[in-house]
Write a protein that binds this ligand. Sequence first.
Ligand code: GLN
Ligand code: ZN
Length: 759
Amino acid sequence: MNLVSTAIGYPYIGENREWKRCVESFWKGAKSEAQLMAEMKSIRLNNLKRQQSLGLEYLTVGDFTFYDRMLDLATMFGLVPNRYQWTGEEVDITTYYAMARGAKDVVACEMTKWFNTNYHYIVPEYEGQSLQLTKNYLLDYFTEAEEELGLNTKPTIIGPYTFVKLAKGYDAKTKAFFILKLIPLYAQVFQQLVDAGARWIQVEEPALALSLTADDVKLVQVIYKQLATEVPAAQIMLQTYFEGLSAYEELSQLPVAGIGLDFIHGAEENMASLRKHGFPQDKVLGMGVVNGRDIWRANLAERATQTKAVLSLSGVKEAWIQSSCSLQHVPVTTKSETRLDATLKDALSFADEKIVELTHITSYIRDEAWAGNKSVSQSMLATQALAQHKARKNARVNELVSQVTPEHFARPMTFKERQPVQKEALKLPDYPTTTIGSFPQSDPVKRTRTAWRKKEITEAEYTAFLKSETARWIQIQEEIGLDVLVHGEFERTDMVEYFGEKLEGFAFTEKAWVVSYGSRCVKPPIIYGDVEWIAPMTVREVDEAQQLTSKYVKGMLTGPVTILNWSFVRDDLSREQVANQLALALREEIQALEDAGIAIIQVDEPALREGLPLRKENWADYLAWGVNAFKLATSNVKNETQIHTHMCYCEFNDFIEPIRALDADVISIETSRSHGELIQSLKQNPYELGIGLGVYDIHSPRVPSEEEIDAILNDSLEVISKDQFWVNPDCGLKTRQEEETIASLKNMVAAARNLRQQQ
Ligand code: GLN
Ligand code: ZN
C-alpha cells in the first residue's frame, strides 16, 4: 500500500495576514506592482516551506490567489467582460482588480457564496467572448516551486464543470459553446504542466457534490472524456468535497487517474457508495479524513480507524491522506493564540495542526504504529478534557433546555389576531418608516472604541461617548422624520462578536482569521461551551435612547441562526441544540427589553438563508430547526410587542415559506438590486405579514432621489397592502458617511409622505 499525505489547499493569508496587508497597500498605491509580485512570491514560497517543515509529503500549488481563484481562472482564459475594455495579451493586474472591486467608471463582477462556506468568489461572466489562454499561472507556480525549493508539487485548478456551473451569462444553447471553448484551454494548461514535469494535476470539482441530473452527469462524462483524449498523459485527481460524490456509480468510472472524496461531510454517502459499488482498482483514492471546515482537534484513533475502514472497503493500492477540503476555511495556526483557556486551546486544530494530524495518520497506517510519538493519546486526552470542561456543564442552561415545551415555539395569537392589537397599541402612521439598525461608524466612533479596548479611556468615558452619539442620532432621526427609531449600534463592531462577548460559552481568538472575500478577513467567535445569558446585553443602550424621544426605539438583536452560522461551533452537540441554547439566551434578552418598556424588537437573521445545506433534500430539516430557534427566541412576548426581523439579499422565490414560518410581525429585506424580481415572486406568492422592501442600495454612497423611491414604493403597492407596508433602506448604514445617509433618509421619508397623501 502506497500512502501519501497531502492537502487540497492551504490558507494563503499568512500567519499575520501578510497577504492582506500586501494587497491592500498595493491598492492604496503604497506598493508598486513589482513590489506586490515580489512579496506575493515570498508569501507563496513561505507557505510551501511551512507545510514542508510540518512534514506534509505532497505539496500543492495554485491554491494561492491575488484575490480569488475563480477570478484567476476567468482571467487565465481571457473571460473578461467587455465593460473592462481589455485588449491585451495577458490580463494586467489593473483589469484583474477592476473585475474584483470595480474601478472609476466600471462596476465590479458579482460576488457570491462559495458553496455552503462563508467564503465568497467572483462570478465569471460569459458574454460569448472568444476565449484564449492568456497566461498559465499554474505553470509559473509549479516552476517557481521547482526552481526555488526543488519541489515537485501538485498544481490545483477548479475544474471545468464547477467553473461553468458557477459562471453566468449563458443559457441552455450557449452553454455548449462556452464549454467547447473552455475544454481545449484546460487541455492546454494541463499539457504544459505535464511537459514541465507535473506528476498529478488536482482538478477541484465541488459541484459534483451537488445534486446532479442525468444531463449533468452526461456533461461531466463528455468533459472528462474529451480531456483524457486531448491530454492522455495528464494524471488527474478529480477532487470533490463538501458532500458525497453524486452519481457515484457513473462518475467513479470517469477516465481520470484518481478520485478524491470527502469522508467528513460526505462520509455516510461516500461510504455507502464504496460499499455498493466498490472503488475502481486502477485509480488512486483521495481520502479527506481530517475536517477542513472546523477548528477542532481530531481524535486520531478515531480518524485512523475510519481511514482503515475506507482503505479496506475500497481495496486500493494507493491512497492520499488529506483534509476533507482546502484548509483555506480555517485559520493558520493555534500557536498564535496566547490568551485562550488552556483546555480549549489544546483541543483546537487550525491549518498547521491539521497538517500534522494528516502526517500522524499517514505514518500510523503506514507503519502500523504511532511512529513513537504520543500523538494519539494526546489527541484523545485533549478532546476528553474539553468534553469535561466546566463550560460544557452549565446546570442552568441544561435546566432551561430541559424545560422547553412545544408552547415555547409559538406566540399565543396568530399574526391576523395580533395585527389589530398592535395597530391599536402602537398607533403608527401608514407606511411607517424605519432603518435597519446601524448608523455610520465614523472615525471618532472607531477611534474611541480602539482607545477603550486598549484601556486608554475608562469604561465610563466610553459609555458616555456612545450615549452622546446615540443622542445625536436620535435628534437627527427626529429631524429626518422617521417613525420608528434606532439607537444606532455604535457599541458594536460586529453583530455576532458583540453578543458573543456578552454571553457565556464563547471564546475569542487573537489571530484566527479566515478570508470572507477578497482581502476581507473575519475572525469568527468560537462557541465551545453552553451558551448562557448572564446579564442584559442591549437594554441600557436602547432604553437610554428611548428616554430621549416620544417615538418608538426598536430593540436590536442578532438572531440565533445567524450567530450560529457565523461562528465556529462545538461539535459534541448538534447544531440544532446549540441554536436552541442561543435562542433561550436571546429569549431572556427580549424579556429584559420588554420589561424595560421596549415595544418593538428586531431580531436579525441575515444568515438564515446562507446556512442552507448544499443539497435541497436536506433543506427541510435545517429550516425546521432554524425557524424553530428564531421562534423560541421571539415568541415569549406580549401580543402588543412587535417582533421585526431583517434579511439581506435573499432569493425570495424559494424562501417565502420559511420567512412566513418565522411568524415575525415585520420583515425588512434587501431588495433594491432585484426589486423587479421580488415583485414578481410576491405576485405569485402573496405574503401577508408586515414587510418593508429595501428602497435603496446601502452599498453605494449614491443618494437616491425622492422620485426614484416614489417609483419603487408605487411598484411595491401592487403586491403589498397598506396595512403591511413598511418603508426602509436595504440594510444597516454603518459603512456609509453621515451626510449621504441623512440625505438618503430624508428622500425616503418624503417618498413615504407622498404615498400617504396619495391615498
Ligand atoms: N442590524 C444590523 C445593522 O443594521 C443588520 C446588519 C445585517 O443585516 N447584516 O447593521
Ligand atoms: Zn442586512
